[in-house]
Design a protein around this ligand. Structure first.
Ligand SMILES: [Fe+2]
Length: 107
């Protein structure tokens, strides 16, 4: 199967979004724990797990497509010093494009 370089580029962009989200949620969960937001901590850790599973799906697609996932890049983080600041800064803009959209746009 011939590699679809345009699709590989889109997959790398999506993977960068997922890896950024994982890191941001890891940091946010530590802030939540430190500031005593136990219920929020559990929700954030679930988000982190969801992002990890999404990243794994993307890596599976790289292997299927014969491409190499670029795992050394992150987008700028949108953290705050308090939980409220972090929530305000994080407008949930990771995963704007789904994997199915990436395929339909590049095939
Ligand atoms: Fe995601």
């Amino acid at each position: 199967m011939k590699r679809n370089e345009k699709l590989i580029t889109v997959l790398n962009s999506l993977l960068t979004d997922e890896l950024t989200a994982i890191n941001q949620y890891q940091i946010q969960s530590e802030i939540d724990e430190n500031q005593g937001y136990g219920k929020l901590l559990q929700a954030i850790r679930k988000q982190e797990l969801d992002e990890t599973l999404q990243a794994e799906r993307l890596i599976e697609q790289f292997i299927f497509q014969g491409g190499a996932p670029a795992v050394s890049y992150l987008n700028p983080m949108k953290m705050g010093e308090t939980v409220l600041e972090t929530i305000k800064n994080d407008k949930g803009d990771d995963c704007d494009k789904s994997l199915s959209t990436a395929y339909s746009d590049n095939n």
